[in-house]
Design a protein around this ligand. Sequence first.
Ligand SMILES: [Zn+2]
Length: 112
Amino acid sequence: MYADPRPATRWNELPIVCPFCSNRGEAKGRWSTNAAVPFKLVEQVVRSFEFSAEIDDERRLFIAADVETDKVDWESGNGMRIECMACFGQFPVPEGADIDLSNLANTRSMNL
Ligand SMILES: [Zn+2]
């Protein structure tokens, strides 16, 4: 294991402020008792499976999801949002922000 290669995020200099509790990532803020970072990105997606089913003698329904048919519908989700780790409120990512979902370590080495 090697040390986390990401540069430290200067949270309180970013245009990310919780509209509910004004958390902006101050060191040792209320968020720090809940998580290692003051904000997380969250995305809800729709996941679907084919399934088979049967009912037993007591009319209980058994559903067997076929995990091989797992499909994630990225279009029907509610989009990427920011979750505040102090109050767990969610709010939009600031307009114009770029979100890179590739591995951060790889991204960094590409930029060297
Ligand atoms: Zn908050």
